[in-house]
Ligand binder design. Sequence first.
Ligand SMILES: Cc1cc2nc3c(=O)[nH]c(=O)nc-3n(C[C@H](O)[C@H](O)[C@H](O)COP(=O)(O)O)c2cc1C
Length: 150
Amino acid sequence: MAKYFVYFSFTGNGDYIASLLKEKGYEPVKIELEKSPKKIGFWQILKYGGHAGFNTKEKLKEVEFKLNQDDIVIIGSPIWNDRLSTPITTFMSQVEFNKETTKFILYPAGEKTKKSLKQIKKLGFTSEPIVISYPLKKTEECKKLIEGAF
Ligand SMILES: Cc1cc2nc3c(=O)[nH]c(=O)nc-3n(C[C@H](O)[C@H](O)[C@H](O)COP(=O)(O)O)c2cc1C
């Protein structure tokens, strides 16, 4: 049985959570865009926020990931336009994750995650996601949440 943290990160918040979960035995599996923008500014937020709104499928870098039935998975996503990030929704459309056991960690900049919660439910996942607002600005709070939850 393996434990994985499958996640996306443009600006390091997801990487920070991955480093905490690695200490708890979760192997990080970072999903990356085939072509990643050099910086994330206004235009990139507009572009990828639009992608999230239209649920655009992204071209992803190939990643070595083979899931066995009893593996434990946490999926981590930043919030884009109140929704799951599109690299994660794209990867979720390519891999069959267990709907009952897969957990989610969402990391918005604010507190709003309403549409992403609906997306997760609509896809049939049953667990209630953990929401950590801007982990890199609240590292102690983030550590406590991870410690308590996993
Ligand atoms: C394209 C884009 C859209 C975003 N939209 C939202 C949003 O609707 N709500 C929010 O709270 N944060 C939003 N954010 C901020 C990120 O969710 C937040 O900074 C997150 O922690 C970034 O994770 P990362 O550093 O792992 O990429 C957006 C960021 C990007 C790049």
